[in-house]
Design a protein around this ligand. Structure first.
Ligand code: HEC
Ligand SMILES: [Cu+2]
Length: 350
């Protein structure tokens, strides 16, 4: 290694680690690449405050450097006492006024954004969705549309969507960083916010308030599609017939087992308001199982045999009859046929 590199070893390592780590994490799970109204506002404020902080830092460092060079004690002047400036009015006014001005420059746009984001003027003419946080999954009820879904929230692009957010158990927090800021989901009251996405795509969401052992696994997605695709999706979702028989023989057996094992006591298919567990309409169109695992037959079987291993503390464990591996396999086959619309997360990728 070159000699100069040895000296900066720590710095070089830090650089490499930073580069590697910034590539971690899921796509569309960042506030630094905003694709929605709220996220863009936050980003603007972040840039503004970073610029101000950087400017303050640079100015202070410049003055500091000048002072220590220019006013250092010189040879032969060891007893020299420089001019004392305590109580200097001009100086005190200057260093009081500058921070006040900076705080105003920060405060005015921040407060304006806060009011902007709380504006509900066109809520009644927009899409309204009731969002409910549950340990450890999210439910979405499209008000007036007779659509109930869980885990994946479909919305049209460039359209304001109003959310009424609450919780059935403890405090959660609804957060899709690429689209908007956070909003607490409380059991006692309803919080409201609107979201507007500027680009089609699938955006990851996270629960942002510690809510129990599987808090970090309480993921969900916003699927942003074109207006036509959204209209199609709404129509499809309104026409789901939960009674419809699947065709494949194994899946049919799974359907019978699904009914016989009282899965429907907690899971609805279609617009039934039963929501003790996630609504399984369109389940096969999701990309994840229980919010976090890949949606594969293997994972569904493991979930049905031992949900606790996947999501500790979840509310399904122990509340349904024990299944054999074969039974779980048939049910998985059935669930993987629950596709009620051709509009899927893939539709959002154009
Ligand atoms: C006591 C209510 C209850 C019963 C009964 C129940 N579940 Fe669940 N189920 C839940 C809850 C709650 C979750 C969400 C767990 C989590 O993510 O924390 C869940 C999650 C699931 C998921 C993942 C859903 C998703 O959105 O990815 C599947 C699949 C599932 N259950 C299938 C079944 C099947 C099949 C049965 C019948 C054998 C069944 N459940 C019985 C409550 C129940
Ligand atoms: Cu939570």
């Amino acid at each position: 290694m070159l000699r100069w590199m040895g000296k900066f070893k720590a710095l070089i390592m830090l650089g490499i680690v930073t580069l590697v780590l910034t590539a971690c994490g899921k796509e569309n799970l960042t506030a630094l690449d905003p694709k929605g109204y709220g996220a863009e506002k936050s980003m603007d404020l972040m840039i503004l405050s970073t610029v101000i902080m950087a400017a303050v830092f640079i100015v202070v460092m410049l003055i500091f450097t000048v002072v220590i060079i220019r006013f250092r004690r010189k040879k032969g002047q060891e007893d020299f006492i420089p001019k004392q400036v305590e109580g200097n009015h001009t100086l005190e006014i200057v260093w009081t006024a500058i921070p006040i001005i900076l705080v105003f420059i920060l405060a005015v746009p921040t407060v304006m954004s806060v009011f902007d984001l709380a504006d509900e003027a066109d809520a009644s003419s927009s899409i309204n969705i009731e969002v409910t946080g549950n340990q450890y999954w999210w439910h979405f009820d499209y008000a007036g549309e007779e659509i109930q879904t869980s885990q994946d929230l479909y919305i049209p692009v460039n359209e304001k969507v109003y959310l009424d957010i609450n919780s059935t158990d403890v405090i959660h927090s609804f957060w899709v960083p690429t689209i908007s800021g956070k909003m607490d989901a409380n059991p006692e009251n309803t919080n409201t916010m609107f979201i507007e996405a500027y680009e089609e795509g699938v955006y990851w969401g996270k629960c942002a308030e510690f809510c129990g052992p599987s808090h970090s696994l309480m993921d969900f997605k916003i699927v942003v599609v074109s207006q036509e695709e959204y209209d199609q999706w709404v129509e499809d979702m309104q026409n789901v017939d939960p009674e419809v028989q699947v065709e494949d023989a194994v899946a049919q057996e799974g359907q019978e087992l699904f009914e016989a094992n009282n899965c429907m006591g907690c899971h609805a298919i279609g617009s039934s308001p039963v929501a003790v567990g996630p609504n399984l309409t369109n389940f096969a169109n999701r990309t994840t199982l229980a919010g976090v695992e890949d949606l594969t037959k293997e994972n569904i079987v493991s979930w049905l045999l031992d949900p606790e291993a996947m999501k500790p503390g979840n509310k399904m464990t122990g509340n349904y009859p024990e299944l054999t591996e074969d039974e779980a396999g048939s049910i998985a086959e059935y669930l993987m046929q629950l596709s009620h619309s051709d509009i899927t997360p893939e539709s959002a990728s154009n």
